[in-house]
Design a binder for this molecule. Structure first.
Ligand code: SAM
Length: 210
């Protein structure tokens, strides 16, 4: 199972509960920082957001064309209501081969807090599809929680309670991108409060299907 959806985690499938937890964990500040430091979209960019949730990142990207895919229909409904009037198109569902064939290529692909919800097979297939839809000069930027040596024990505990069952090491995340992107760099970010550890990865040079 790639994701916990039962017991105490089931409430998080509701958008209000998910947003409340995100607010408690300082997500808004985190989203702004992630957009400014790592996403750095240019005006007019075509942006794809995989597992976009309620599209909370869209409001930090400026004037871009934003396409989001999200399997939870309730999240999508909330995201559509919050982004009405913007150049934001949200689709309910997984990003599969049919979805990849539907769109022109993207300058920037975001996979934020999603890879740890996917097993290795699902994530590798996602990177294969992303290599098809990323422009030759485009980028894929991912963000996930991560296990690293000597991390804050509170961060490690909070991360161990995540819905996603596939939290990895930096090397584990990087391995998912091969052989679909020729260049991949990442950084570990420690947040002091609420203690948490992130792995942020940027992939470039999409490769054709092997
Ligand atoms: C922690 S939330 C992150 C939401 C959003 N990307 C953000 O950063 O705010 C994880 C999201 O991934 C979605 N998800 C879970 N499994 C997925 C999969 N296999 N493919 C795409 N999205 C998935 C969930 O429905 C959820 O909205």
């Amino acid at each position: 199972m790639a994701e916990r959806t039962r017991g105490p985690w089931s409430v998080l499938t509701r958008p209000w509960a998910y947003e409340a937890l995100q607010a408690l964990l300082g997500a808004e500040r985190g989203r702004r920082d992630f957009a400014e430091r790592y996403l750095r979209p240019r005006p007019g960019d075509r942006v794809l957001d995989i597992g976009c949730g309620t599209a909370g990142l869209a409001r930090y990207l400026g004037p871009v064309t934003y396409v989001g895919y999200e399997p939870n229909a309730e999240y999508v409904a909330q995201g559509q209501a919050e982004n009405a009037g913007s150049d934001v198109a949200l689709h309910v569902g997984y990003f599969d081969a049919a979805a990849a064939a539907r769109h022109a290529a993207f300058d920037l692909v975001i996979v934020s807090a999603v890879l740890h919800h996917m097993d290795d097979g699902q994530a590798s297939e996602l990177f294969r599809l992303l290599a098809r839809v990323t422009k030759p000069q485009g980028r894929v930027v991912t963000l996930d929680n991560v296990y690293v040596p000597n991390q804050n024990p509170i961060a490690k505990f909070i991360i161990s309670m995540d819905r996603g069952r596939n939290v990895r090491s930096p090397e584990g995340y990087a391995a998912l991108t091969h052989p679909h992107f020729a260049a991949c760099e990442g950084t570990v970010q420690h947040r002091a409060w609420v203690p948490y550890t992130f792995w942020i990865m940027e992939c470039q040079k999409p490769m054709p299907d092997p």
